[in-house]
Design a protein around this ligand. Structure first.
Ligand code: RIB
Length: 301
């Protein structure tokens, strides 16, 4: 079985659902409060694991009760946590999420996730050699991300880099990333003043820009391909991008054409938004195959 290693963040999501968003200095009543598992790294790891991949997580939690629960949740979802190390100097990662009109706004407090720095990466890099694909996001220090990309390039291990939340990247890194999956906002920060069509053509079969309800677009070397999203009534879009990335990794490692892998990822994301919480709606492979929208022709077993 192909092995995916996710190097990134784990968090507890503190979620407030509200009909009214407070203005500065104002207090309002919300509808409900939930505590869910999150963090883009953990979400992507669990999305891939539920879809049948062998997945290991690398990163840090705190020694608090949240850290223990995060590790247990990864294990329950079949993700190896041998390389998730608790640190004593920082609390576990947290995200404060406001759900309003079925969309979200998020404040991330990285906490222990920031312990995955250059020094730590040099200690653990030996554990990455067995990966068939490494997945990265932007919730660990950027210097670590860049060292990981460099190292994987040398080791010929492809990297799927989801540059979220948005932040700049040393342009030197772009040629070393196997798959880059920004949304439109992240795309603008990574490629300022450049036209989407030009950049897609410059990174054929590698740059996949997600377009929300429209789907995702890439260039196949001959022309642009828009892979449409599946229309669904969303109850919570938190983690939809993470589900997309985890599923895309599974599709890529299945060796199917990129267009099929993206269609598979679009369906996983569409199913995920029907459940509450970042991980609540993430489908298993069985649930995907039971969907009337699933296509055997995608070639994912
Ligand atoms: O992508 C959604 C995730 O972003 C949430 O689970 C939250 O933890 C933040 O990291």
């Amino acid at each position: 079985m192909n092995k995916i290693i996710v190097i990134g963040s784990m968090a507890t999501d503190f979620v407030v659902t509200t009909k009214v968003k407070p203005n500065q200095g104002e207090t309002v009543f919300g509808e409900k409060f939930d505590t869910n598992f999150g963090g883009k790294g953990a979400n992507q790891a669990i999305a891939a694991s539920r879809l049948g991949a062998e997945v290991a997580m690398l990163g840090h939690v705190g020694t608090d009760r949240f850290g223990n629960e995060i590790v247990e949740n990864l294990n329950v979802n079949g993700v190896s946590t041998e390389n998730v190390e608790p640190v004593t100097h920082s609390p576990s990662g947290a995200a404060h999420i406001i759900l309003h009109e079925n969309d979200n706004s998020i404040i991330v407090i990285p906490g222990a996730n920031n312990a995955l720095d250059l020094a730590r990466f040099s200690e653990i890099k030996g554990n990455i050699t067995e990966a068939d694909l490494v997945i990265l996001q932007n919730e660990i220090p950027q210097e670590a991300n860049e060292a990981i990309i460099d190292w994987c390039w040398e080791a010929k291990i492809p990297v799927l880099y989801n540059p979220a939340p948005a932040r700049k990247l040393n342009p030197r890194m772009l040629s070393k990333v196997g798959y880059l999956t920004p949304n439109e906002h992240e795309f603008k920060l990574l490629f300022p003043n450049q036209k989407l069509a030009d950049v897609l053509a410059a990174y054929p079969n590698r740059l996949i820009v997600t377009l929300g309800a429209k789907g995702a677009i890439f260039h196949n070397g001959k022309s642009e391909v828009l892979v449409p999203a599946f229309p669904v009534a969303a109850v919570d879009t938190t983690g939809a991008g993470d589900t997309f990335n985890g599923a895309l990794a599974v599709g890529i490692l299945a060796g199917v054409p990129l267009e099929n892998a993206i269609a598979f990822a679009n369906l996983a994301a569409a199913i995920s938004v029907k459940g509450y919480g970042a991980q609540g709606g993430m489908p298993t492979l069985k649930e995907m195959k039971e969907s009337p929208l699933y296509e055997e022709a995608w070639g994912i077993k």
